[in-house]
Design a protein around this ligand. Structure first.
Ligand SMILES: Cc1cc2nc3c(=O)[nH]c(=O)nc-3n(C[C@H](O)[C@H](O)[C@H](O)COP(=O)(O)O)c2cc1C
Length: 330
């Protein structure tokens, strides 16, 4: 699961887990957490750090560039129960560039290496780094950059192969994942534009990467991990029945949105929960025909109860269907 601000919180993780047999293990992220704020927060009480009692397998992602702040953040995250620490070197928003963190760290490979080494030395946990293709298209720079992370002790890297300026536009260039996989000794996780289970196997085959990370498509098809598990281990027992057609997918997507509302009541105030639910609808709706109408309706409800009523009516309408692919707008 890809770390995504406003999305990869306890409710989305618990939705994806609801389809998965307990013997299937994967890496569970948080949203990115700012290392400037983390040392002063009570972890487990902010919406980004709330976790379920059963969640003892989280890999929080930190954003930052200051050694002391990173050290203090890691210490707190270890106490909170982190299983590894991920460093964000991919966030391309203007604020990250101004404050010199996120993808801005890819402008200085020596500094990025130093931050990684420092995080590794400050922690007893594995440290991973999530990067982009860089600030400019330069394979030599990319190779030196990731080799630096490896030397600094990173346990694995995840590459989202888009340049900083592309943000999430254009296509992810999987060839770059294949490229770094040819010389890195540590595992490489590939990320970018996965929309179907077939895409997962395609990325594994085309790039030779060790793992695949899925972001946006998982919001529309939160059962994807379960489908992949079934394809790899046909004998495995999935706790719920999985959709077999695009029409069934639309129905199960509706059920997922209801699950989201019900689960939000355990963790978030109504305002916080609805805000996150609307954002979830915003990112996931392009896969549904009539998704634009669902998105508009999600802004007209002002309570959990109204949201559930709206979903009950909306998903009874005939002709609803998911699509395998959409043009990945968000
Ligand atoms: C709403 C949103 C928020 C994101 N926030 C983060 C983040 O906090 N940290 C990060 O490393 N990447 C973030 N990303 C990027 C994703 O982790 C991922 O690299 C990107 O969406 C490409 O994967 P996908 O095509 O499977 O969605 C975000 C993406 C989206 C859509």
């Amino acid at each position: 699961m890809a770390p995504m601000v406003g999305l990869t919180h306890v409710v989305f993780r618990s939705l994806v887990k609801s389809y998965l047999p307990c013997e299937i293990k994967t890496l569970w992220p948080t949203e990115m957490l700012n290392s400037r704020r983390l040392p002063h927060e009570r972890l487990g009480t902010t919406p980004q750090t709330i976790k379920a009692d059963s969640e003892n397998d989280l890999i929080p992602q930190i954003l930052g560039n200051d050694e002391l702040e990173i050290k203090n953040s890691i210490k707190k995250l270890e106490e909170w129960g982190a299983k590894a620490i991920d460093i964000n070197m991919g966030c391309p928003v203007k604020k990250a560039l101004v404050h010199n963190y996120g993808v801005a760290l890819m402008g200085d490979s020596q500094y990025a290496k130093r931050i990684t080494r420092f995080a590794v030395e400050s922690s007893s946990l594995p440290v991973s780094v999530k990067i982009r293709a860089g600030l400019q298209n330069d394979p030599l720079f990319l190779s030196q950059f990731v080799e630096g992370l490896q030397e600094a002790g990173a346990s694995w890297v995840c590459l989202h192969p888009r340049l900083a300026e592309q943000k999430r536009r254009g296509r992810a260039d999987w060839q770059q994942i294949k490229f770094i996989k040819t010389f890195l000794k540590i595992p490489v996780v590939g990320n970018g534009d996965i929309q179907t289970c077939e895409d997962v196997f395609k990325m594994l085959n085309e790039t030779g990467c060790d793992g695949v990370m899925i972001g946006r498509a998982l919001t529309a098809k939160p059962w994807m991990f379960a489908k992949i598990s079934k394809a790899v281990f046909p004998a495995i027992k999935i706790p719920v029945s999985l959709p077999e057609s695009l029409e069934e997918e639309a129905y199960i997507y509706g059920e997922a949105l209801k699950f989201f509302i019900n689960e939000s009541q355990k963790y978030f105030s109504e305002d916080q929960g609805l805000k996150r639910w609307r954002f979830f609808v915003k990112v996931s709706h392009p896969w549904l025909n009539f998704g634009h109408s669902l998105f508009a309706k999600s802004h007209k409800v002002s309570s959990y109860e109204q949201a559930l009523e709206m979903l009950n009516t909306f998903f009874k309408a005939p002709g609803l269907k998911m699509s395998n692919y959409t043009d990945l707008k968000y």
